[in-house]
Ligand binder design. Structure first.
Ligand code: NAD
Ligand code: UGA
Length: 316
C-alpha cells in the first residue's frame, strides 16, 4: 500500500513499484476524477492492472479492508510545506501527519504488515551549524510542520519497539525535486518563472542552501527501505546536490536562456539557512546513494514542466 499516492512523491513511487511488477493499492483523499493535480499525478497509472486506487481520508476511513492483502506500507500521505504550517491550517497538519499515522499504525499491526516505511523530513533537524546532519543528531524543529513530522516518525518508531507490528524505517527526505513537484516548492516556481517570464518571489537573498534530491533517487531509496531485510530506524535520504537558491536560479536561466525576474521578499519564519544530509547510513543500511546531479535533474524537471500534462479526469 502506498498512502499519498496522488501526491508528488507517492505517485512516482507507486509507478515505479508497478513497473517492477508489484501490485500496489494507492490511497489518497484527493480524488483524481475531480482534482486536476491528482489526475495529472496519476495519469501514467490509469488503467494499469497492477494499480488499484482508493479515494479515502485516512483520518476517517476503514483502513483494514484496504490493507488486507498488503505486506508493506509506504506511508507518504501527509500535509507538507513549511510556511503555511504557522497558519490556521495547523490542525490539518496535526490530523494528517500524526492522527492519521496513528490509524495507519494500528491497522498495520492488526493486519500483520511486515514493514512500514514512513516519509519523514530533513526539517526535523532545524537550524544546523554547517555540518552534515546525522540521524544521531538531536532534532530541533523550527516550524510547526517540522514538529508534526518529528512526532509522526517518533510515533512510528515507538510502535516498532513493541513485540508486535511492523518494522519501521523513517526516511528523512531532503527537499525533493523533479517532474510533478508540488507547485508551492521553490524548484517548480523557479523553473516555471524561467519558462514563462513570470516573476519569482525570493524569500531572503537566495543564499539558503538545500540538499536538493532528485525524485528518482528518492524513489530508489524508498523501495530499498521497504525491501532490505533488517532495516529499521531513521535514515537520511539526501546528499545529491547541495546548492543555494541562487545556484538553482542560475541553472534555470542557463537552461532557458531567459533571465528570471526576481521579486525579493522577507525570509519566512521556520526557514532554515542550510540543510545538508550525511548519507552514510543510507549507504550502509540501504546500499543507496544519490545518482542524479542538480543540472541533469533540473533539465529533466524543466522538460516535464514544458510538456503538456495528460488529463486523467477527462480521459475516456
Ligand atoms: P504531496 O502533497 O504532493 O502528497 C501528499 C499526499 O497526501 C496528497 O496527495 C494528499 O492528498 C495526501 N493526504 C494528505 N492527508 C491525507 C489523509 N488524511 N488521507 C489521505 N491522503 C492524505 O506531498 P509530497 O511532496 O509528495 O510529500 C509526500 C510526503 O513526503 C509528505 O509526508 C511530506 O511531509 C514528505 N516530505 C516531502 C518532501 C518534499 O521535498 N516533497 C521532503 C520531506 C518530506
Ligand atoms: C521542502 C518541502 O516543501 C517540505 O515538504 C519538506 O519537508 C522539506 O523540503 C524537507 O526537506 O524536509 P523547503 O526546504 O522549505 O521544504 O523547500 P521549498 O518549499 O522548495 O523552499 C526552499 C527554499 O526556497 C526556502 O528557503 C524558501 O523560503 C524558498 N522559496 C520558496 C522562495 O524563495 N520562494 C518561493 O516561492 C518558494
Amino acid at each position: 500500500m502506498v498512502t499519498g499516492s496522488a501526491g508528488f512523491i507517492g505517485s512516482h513511487l507507486a509507478h515505479a513499484l508497478v513497473q517492477a511488477g508489484t501490485t500496489v493499492i494507492g490511497v489518497d483523499r484527493r480524488d483524481p476524477s475531480t482534482d486536476p493535480t491528482a489526475a495529472a499525478n496519476l495519469a501514467a497509472l490509469r488503467g494499469r492492472p497492477g494499480y488499484h486506487h482508493v479515494t479515502a481520508d485516512l483520518l476517517h476511513c476503514a483502513i483494514d479492508p484496504i490493507l488486507i492483502d498488503a505486506d508493506t506500507v509506504f506511508h507518504l500521505a501527509g500535509i507538507p510545506g513549511v510556511r503555511p504550517s504557522w497558519g490556521p491550517q495547523f490542525g490539518d497538519y496535526l490530523a494528517s501527519n500524526v492522527l492519521a499515522t496513528h490509524r495507519v499504525l494500528e491497522a498495520s499491526t492488526r493486519i500483520g504488515v511486515s514493514r512500514l516505511v514512513v516519509a519523514s523530513s530533513s526539517s526535523v533537524y532545524g537550524p544546523t551549524d554547517g555540518d552534515a546532519s546525522r540521524e544521531t543528531d538531536r532534532p530541533n524543529p523550527a516550524s510547526p510542520y517540522a514538529v508534526t513530522k518529528l512526532a509522526e516518525e517518533q510515533l512510528c518508531l515507538a510502535y516498532a519497539k513493541r513485540s508486535v507490528g511492523p518494522s519501521v524505517v523513517a526516511l528523512r527526505y531532503f527537499t525533493v525535486y523533479g517532474p510533478r513537484q508540488r507547485a508551492d516548492m521553490f524548484t517548480h516556481r523557479a523553473l516555471y518563472a524561467a519558462l514563462t517570464g513570470q516573476p519569482l518571489r525570493l524569500y531572503g537573498e537566495g543564499h539558503q542552501r538545500r540538499d536538493f534530491t532528485y525524485i528518482d533517487d528518492v524513489v530508489a531509496a524508498t523501495i530499498a527501505a521497504g525491501t532490505v531485510p533488517n532495516a529499521h530506524g531513521t535514515i537520511n535520504v539526501g546528499g545529491g546536490s547541495n546548492a543555494s537558491l541562487l545556484d538553482v536560479i542560475n541553472i534555470a536561466n542557463s537552461l532557458t536562456g531567459r533571465e528570471i525576474q526576481l521579486h525579493q521578499d522577507h525570509m519566512r519564519n521556520g526557514d532554515v539557512l542550510l540543510t545538508r544530509a550525511d548519507p552514510g547510513r543510507a549507504g550502509e543500511v540501504l546500499g543507496w546513494q544519490p545518482r542524479v546531479d542538480l543540472h541533469s535533474g533540473l533539465r529533466a524537471h524543466m522538460q516535464a514542466l514544458a510538456s503538456p500534462v495528460p488529463d486523467y479526469s477527462r480521459a475516456a
